[in-house]
Design a protein around this ligand. Structure first.
Ligand SMILES: [Zn+2]
Length: 319
């Protein structure tokens, strides 16, 4: 505090922060410490490693608050201070530090659990890539590291982290799913033009799922990938079209860039009056596999024995 001054100056919080002139980024001056006894600030590394008498921050302390900004800025860019900082960092990292053993142990532990999560991630990825279930007849999957981990940490009871629970696997699956989704959307936007294929099919629990598949061309060739399951209220073409348009709007893809559409031959999809076949630039192509399926179905319908056989199979299936 300066006497005879209209606005007395003090050591404030901003003294301990450095504001970068160009970017405006604020960083803490962790090296600066304040002594309530002397009412001065000191530079911790310079106090330890510098014996330069002119260096106020490393000797008697600094309390010229009026010129604090300039002095601090000059000090932190000065060569003796930089040398002292390097000295301190080297000492903290390797020798002399009383918590050296603790730090080493902490780092080893951190690395162990990181490796462990990498292992789980690799297993989840491999299973997903090969379309395998998590529980199967052959459960010999993983690595010697994982086996060692299970031996060491398995069956330790509640409250002991193992990172092999279904929750962790599900979190990984969700995170991987998000990443894949983002990647496809990015590719789709890069490719700009695309075609879409929509079809509904019952899943294993006999619940109807509406699948959306997109096709686009990248410099290294055409890509076809499953995009999402669409929500739909009814099977009407209008509802399905609404759901599809909402989905593309949500991911920020312009439906006007759609150049092709392919559905089965059901009237709700390809119907002239209420089907979803309405985009001007998008050429409609009936799905060839579905058409072939219809031909097969009609052929079978002509044969009484075949009808009774397939209706029996169907009844058996939904029993
Ligand atoms: Zn210093």
């Amino acid at each position: 505090k300066y006497e005879n001054e209209q606005h007395p100056r003090r050591c404030t919080r901003s003294t301990f922060q450095r504001v970068h002139t160009k970017s405006g980024e604020v960083s803490e001056r962790k090296w600066l410490i304040y002594s309530p006894t002397s009412g001065s600030v000191y530079c911790f590394p310079c106090k330890l490693f510098s014996n330069n008498q002119k260096n106020h921050f490393g000797n008697a302390g600094f309390q010229d608050w009026k010129h604090a900004d300039r002095a601090l800025s000059m000090h932190e860019n000065s060569e003796p201070h930089c040398r002292a900082m390097v000295n301190l960092t080297t000492h903290m990292d390797t020798e002399g530090s009383i918590d050296k053993c603790l730090v080493t142990q902490y780092r080893a532990e951190k690395q162990y659990w990181r490796d462990m999560l990498h292992c789980v991630l690799n297993v989840v990825r491999s299973l997903a890539e090969h379309g395998l279930a998590f529980c199967d007849e052959n459960e010999n999957f993983g690595s010697p590291f994982l086996a060692q981990h299970i031996n060491k940490h398995g069956n330790m009871g509640r409250g002991h982290a193992l990172y092999l629970s279904s929750t962790i696997s599900e979190e990984f699956i969700a995170l991987l799913g998000e990443k894949v989704f983002e990647h496809i959307v990015k590719e789709l936007k890069e490719a700009k033009y695309f075609s879409v294929s929509v079809d509904s099919t019952p899943d294993i629990s006999n619940l109807d799922q509406l699948t959306c598949v997109v096709r686009y061309v990248l410099p290294n060739g055409p890509v076809e990938c499953f995009r999402t399951f669409l929500d739909f209220e009814t099977h009407s073409g209008q509802d399905i079209a609404k759901s599809l348009l909402q989905f593309f709007e949500k991911i920020g893809v312009n439906i006007a860039d759609c150049r092709g559409q392919s559905y089965d031959n059901a009237s709700n999809f390809s119907g002239k009056y209420q089907g979803i076949e309405r985009s001007e630039n998008a050429v409609y192509i009936p799905c060839c596999t579905h058409s072939l399926n219809l031909v097969g179905q009609c052929a079978v319908d002509c044969c009484f024995t075949a009808i009774s056989f397939f209706s029996f199979v169907q009844k058996l299936c939904f029993f």
